[in-house]
Design a protein around this ligand. Structure first.
Ligand code: NI
Length: 427
């Protein structure tokens, strides 16, 4: 169905002017957050910086300690209209930074009983700084805003510490999308996959579901010189590894959606001449479609158990569901694409491939129509195809890319708020 193209908001020129003026502040915030990274559910300082700033803007409401350290703020415009939510994640990763910048992280902390470095290796420092700047831009235009903006600063996107709840799921449980209810939600992620000044978005599945699995193969320990006197879980585990690789290549319809099954660790045995009792394997499953996800879970179980049985071994498969597929609302994405095209400029919104990483922005999208998009941060003199990826200790952000993130979120918000109701609710 053809869409009535959204017109640029009446605030467009003012957004760009404010975003340009605020760029030094944006960079200063980003560097401060980068030098002080905090792990999931421990974003105490970050949340304080965010909440102080939001209060200084005279927001109508600033809620803190949502889902541990989350902050939710409300900006009511001077004119009636819908409610748009904007989400940024705030947590860092247990990674020791290797980037040579003056504001590099030297922070160390304890994580699952180990001493680790902490780094914003996924770029959530930029997301937080960008959304703080968007708050400044929109607060400056509040009298002319047609509706309400809800700012969601979320902890623990990378997952909470063991034994805790956290992230988008807990924020929603604690009312982040209620009072007032949200009509649409937008979020962004910086990525090394795209060059600076380029935006990536697609309707439908954008990022994968991510499930962990554990397989325990139990044989019977014996002398390595006489394997027939026991049951060898090592050879059986090797067959299971190869068997699992036939799930994606032979057992699912790869023309529908891609999928990945990866074994990331194998542990078993202590010396050369002992066949051990058991072998443990852990791995990850990535899919872009819920029925395929279920089908792969079933095939992982059947394949591992069947192979183990043929070797007279026992096998236990445990699959733990992680984040769901990040699915961009196709109507909303079609509606907002022209805004991103305009903001990025000609040729700066190339077709975006699916990404096999995962995101708990997917939780928000299950409650309200949502659109998640990527902002490239690989500097112009580097190749985005080979740049150090997010999560690397050498992940590098071209700060010149960040104002585009501010403009994108601010323009999306205002274009959406000013769109006629029948266009926003296009079926
Ligand atoms: Ni991330």
């Amino acid at each position: 169905m053809p869409h009535a193209a959204l017109r640029p908001s009446s605030l467009a020129a003012d957004i760009d002017r404010a975003a340009a003026e605020l760029t030094p502040q944006l960079i200063a915030w980003r560097r401060d957050l980068h030098a002080h990274p905090e792990l999931g559910n421990r974003e105490f300082r970050t949340a304080q910086v965010v909440a102080d700033h939001l209060r200084s803007l005279g927001m109508d409401e600033v809620r803190t300690e949502v889902a541990h350290t989350g902050v939710v703020a409300l900006l009511k415009g001077g004119k009636p209209g819908p409610v748009v939510a904007l989400r940024a994640d705030m947590d860092a990763l247990p990674v020791a930074e290797q980037v040579d910048v003056p504001f590099a992280s030297k922070v160390r902390t304890e994580y699952n009983g180990e001493q680790v470095g902490v780094m914003h290796a996924c770029g959530h420092d930029t997301h937080t700084a960008i959304l703080m700047t968007v708050a400044s831009v929109l607060a400056g235009l509040r009298a002319r805003l047609c509706g309400t903006v809800k700012f969601i600063f979320q902890p623990a996107e990378e997952g909470p510490p063991e034994g805790e709840r956290g992230g988008a799921e807990l924020m929603i449980a604690e009312g982040a999308l209620a009072n007032p209810e949200v009509d649409a939600i937008f979020g962004l992620h910086v990525t090394s996959l795209l060059p600076s000044q380029v935006i990536g978005v697609r309707g439908g599945p954008l990022m994968a579901s991510a499930d962990q699995f554990r397989i325990q193969v139990r044989g019977r320990q014996t002398h390595g010189s006489a394997p027939w006197r026991g049951v060898d879980p090592i050879v059986t585990a090797a067959q299971v590894v190869m068997g699992l690789q036939t799930i994606v290549s032979r057992q699912i319809d790869v023309t529908h959606e891609p999928a990945v099954v990866t074994i990331g660790a194998i542990k078993g045995g202590v010396r050369d001449n002992i066949i051990p009792d058991e072998v443990q394997m852990i791995g990850t499953i990535r899919t872009f479609d819920e029925p395929m996800r279920e089908q792969i879970h079933e095939r992982v179980r059947a394949t591992a158990e069947g192979i183990a049985k043929s070797a007279r071994a026992d096998c236990e498969v445990c699959i733990k569901r992680g984040y769901d597929v990040t699915v961009n609302d196709t109507q909303l994405t079609a509606l907002m694409r022209p805004t991103l095209e305009r903001v990025a400029g000609p040729g700066r919104l190339p077709p975006m491939p699916k990404v096999t990483g995962s995101e708990d922005f997917s939780c928000f999208q299950q409650q309200v129509p949502g659109m998640f998009f990527f902002v490239g941060v690989t500097p112009p003199d580097k190749d985005a195809g080979t740049a150090e990826p997010n999560h690397s200790p050498r992940f590098y952000v071209d700060e010149a890319a960040l104002p585009l993130g501010v403009r994108a979120l601010a323009h999306l918000t205002c274009d959406y708020l000013e769109a006629p109701a029948q266009v926003r609710r296009l079926e």
